[in-house]
Design a protein around this ligand. Structure first.
Ligand code: 1HE
Length: 258
């Protein structure tokens, strides 16, 4: 009788004790490449955050944040399967980006292909000096399918994205900072610490404002100006009429906070 195959390890770990929940990709032997198990685990995590979660931090175990799509699963897909797989990523990354909870990413090593697409769906990106950003789809004979064509193009501009994909250009952490792929660069090994500190700061904002920032601004940015300005007024009315808003404004005016 053959020995039973070992139970696969879960590809994600979630640690939450308080309002900041930390989700970590844990496939370091495959450089956190995103296979179907991992994308479904991300979907489950972001669909049902631990109770009380007000900010997420996401990071990757090992020497790299994420090597993108698990290429072993991409070899022999039909066009329909590739389309469906891309739509699955779309669903999950929209949940991360527009789910109403701010997400801070801690980036190091490879942030490439789908790894960059994942990072681009987070709201605050902290890179350590080892991080590098690339879209190697052209080298692999595939195309972006996890939202880069919209999110990365919006961050760095479509022309730079075209150059990045055609030439295989790897941008290092400081170049990524200049381009907006990262918002902070820290010493090697310090990205998670900085990301957690930022998450703890974000938690202190009014929850309704945080929710509006991460759900409304991206949508407003893609609206025609008249619709965007109208929507902004509606969001302002909603946020500012909440009890939390009145209380915070009163606290400021009566000098209880600075
Ligand atoms: C992988 C993957 C992967 C590593 N799928 N298995 N992504 C890429 O084209 C990136 C491909 N990976 C790399 O360029 C390098 O692996 C890294 C720069 C990320 C890291 O280099 P290194 O020297 O630390 O690791 P390695 O020796 O290349 O890889 C270690 C193992 O991870 C090895 O497996 P092993 O069984 O031989 O040990 C690799 O095969 C495996 N591995 N990356 C599967 N991506 C929705 S569309 C999204 C489109 C994309 O994401 S395209 C970009 C795909």
């Amino acid at each position: 009788m053959s020995a039973p195959s070992p139970t696969p390890l879960p590809p994600l770990r979630i640690d939450a004790d308080g309002p900041v929940a930390h989700v970590r990709l844990i496939r370091p032997d495959k450089r956190n490449a995103v296979n179907v198990d991992l994308i479904l685990a991300l979907e489950a995590a972001f669909s049902a955050p631990p109770p009380g979660t007000r900010v997420w931090v996401i990071s990757g175990e090992g020497d790299h944040f994420c090597a993108g799509l698990d290429l072993t699963e991409a070899r022999q897909r039909t066009p329909q399967e590739t389309f469906d797989h891309s739509q699955l990523w779309r669903r999950v990354f929209e949940k991360i980006q527009l789910g109403g909870i701010p997400v801070v990413s801690a980036l190091h090593g490879a942030v490439v292909g789908g790894g960059l697409e994942l990072a681009a769906s987070t709201h605050v990106r902290v890179a350590d000096e080892t991080a590098f950003f690339a879209l190697p789809e052209g080298q692999r004979g595939i195309f972006t399918g996890g939202g880069a064509a919209v999110r990365v193009a919006r961050i760095i501009g479509v022309h730079r994205m075209i150059e990045m994909m055609l030439t295989g250009h790897r941008y290092d952490a400081r170049e990524g900072l200049a381009l907006g792929l990262a918002h902070y660069v820290v010493e090697p090994g310090k990205a998670l610490e900085k990301a957690t500190a930022l998450a703890e700061q974000i938690v202190t904002n009014a929850q309704g404002t945080n929710r509006a920032i991460v759900t409304a601004l991206e949508r407003i940015a893609t609206m025609p100006p008249d619709a965007g300005l109208f929507t902004e007024s509606l969001v302002a009315a909603l946020v500012e009429s909440s009890g939390e808003g009145y209380q915070r404004i009163t606290d400021f005016l009566e000098r209880r906070v600075r």
